[in-house]
Every structure is written in structure tokens, then in C-alpha cells.
Design a protein around this ligand. Sequence first.
Ligand code: ADP
Ligand code: AMP
Length: 217
Amino acid sequence: MAKFFVLLGPPGAGKGTQAQIISKKCGIPHISSGNIFRENLQNETELGLKAKSFMEKGELVPDDITIGMVEDRLDQKDCGNGALLDGFPRTPFQAKSLEMFLTEKGSKIASVPFIDVEEEELIERLSGRWTCRADGHVFHLKYNPPKEAGKCDFDGSELYQRTDDKRETVEQRIKVYFDQTAPLIDFYRERGLLAEIDGSKSIDDVTSELLEVVNCQ
Ligand code: ADP
Ligand code: AMP
């Protein structure tokens, strides 16, 4: 059966970083709702324009826009063996919709690794984050520097600092996480799917813990 994983955790916990690595190792696509929104913004699509003001303020894009967008992506052929979801679901309504969507396909979530990191560390990580223009690969000035300054190791494209990584927006995003997304911790715990991961460790150590949970080898 296809294996779907939901990477849960606050902004800056390392979901995208880990998803990049695990996706390659396990051969399942990394689906980041944030990356899909940013691509749409870059291409000035109608969806991108709808999402823009919410993203700039560090608010969640409304469920009716987000759910359809992610489900369309999950309907694509490369998700036939499963996917690693990063940044979705982010509200109980999104989580219930995902559950229904997968049930209708005769599938389900295999596990929900919850990568947790303290707030002060999140701010430090997000303020030093550099993101690649072409494919959303992430680096950190201090903790995970690119081989060549300003250039993505994977595709050579330009690295930039996300506008929502400025301090005020980061604080708002963390608040939104606690208000709207943190209830998913209990939602998935009650379903026996939550796997708690200490995200304060090094990138390599977090990867090792995650690989045990995902168990794809
Ligand atoms: P998320 O996708 O959860 O928002 P990212 O994967 O983009 O988080 O990571 C946020 C920042 O922290 C990035 O700059 C990344 O390089 C860095 N980072 C990720 N994991 C670690 C870690 N275990 N230790 C130190 N820095 C990390
Ligand atoms: P991320 O790349 O996951 O940090 O997301 C960046 C921004 O995109 C968020 O602050 C939201 O504005 C929007 N976003 C991403 N995923 C979702 C989601 N599942 N629900 C609502 N908004 C989202």
C-alpha cells in the first residue's frame, strides 16, 4: 500500500530540510504546500495572487484554497507509492479532509513524525535561512551553509531570504502555529500515528531518527 507521511512541527523545525533528504533516500515525492504557494506566487497565477496577502502577513491561506491545491498534487501519478507531506495539514479541518481524501483512495497515513524545537531556536534558524529560487532547497548561514555562497548546491540557482523570514513575520507564524496547527499533535496522537522526534539535534541525527520511523529501506 502507498505510504503517506505527514511531517508535523513548527516553522523552522527542519521539515523541509529533512523531507529533501528522506524523499531522495526513500524515492517518494516531497510535497510542500508552502513551496507550491511560492511557485504560484513567482508565476503570478490566480492561486498565487489569492495566497499572497496571507503569506506576507504570516497567516494561513484559507482552507478552501489550500486543500484543493494539495489534493490536486496528491492526485498526480508520482504519488502512487505515497508522499512526504511538509506543511500540510495545518488545521484540524485540513487534517480531516486529508483523512477522507486518502480513505476514498483506499489509502491512509502511515505515520506522523512530529519534529519539535524550542521557540528561540526556531527564530535563530529562520533568520539565517536561505532558500533556493528554483526548487525550494534550504540552507542556513551557520548550520547548513551552501558550498558556494549564494548558490544552491543541488541546482546552482540563486539563494534568497524569504520575506516572511523577517523577525515580525516569524513571530506571527509561530503564534499561528500554536493557535491553529498545534492541536494536530493530539489529533494524530489519539490515532496512534504520532512519532515524536527531537528536532534540536544535528541535521544528521534527526535524519537517522526519521529513517527509523519511515522505515523505507
Ligand atoms: P521548516 O521546513 O520546518 O520550516 P527548514 O527545513 O526550512 O524548516 O529549516 C529551517 C532552517 O533551519 C534552515 O535554514 C535549515 O538549514 C536549518 N536547519 C534545519 N534543521 C536543522 C538542524 N537540525 N539544526 C540546525 N539547523 C537546522
Ligand atoms: P511554509 O513554507 O510551510 O513555511 O509556508 C509558508 C506560508 O504558506 C505559510 O505561512 C502560509 O501562509 C502558507 N501555507 C503553507 N502551507 C499552508 C497550509 N497547509 N495551510 C494554510 N496556509 C499554508
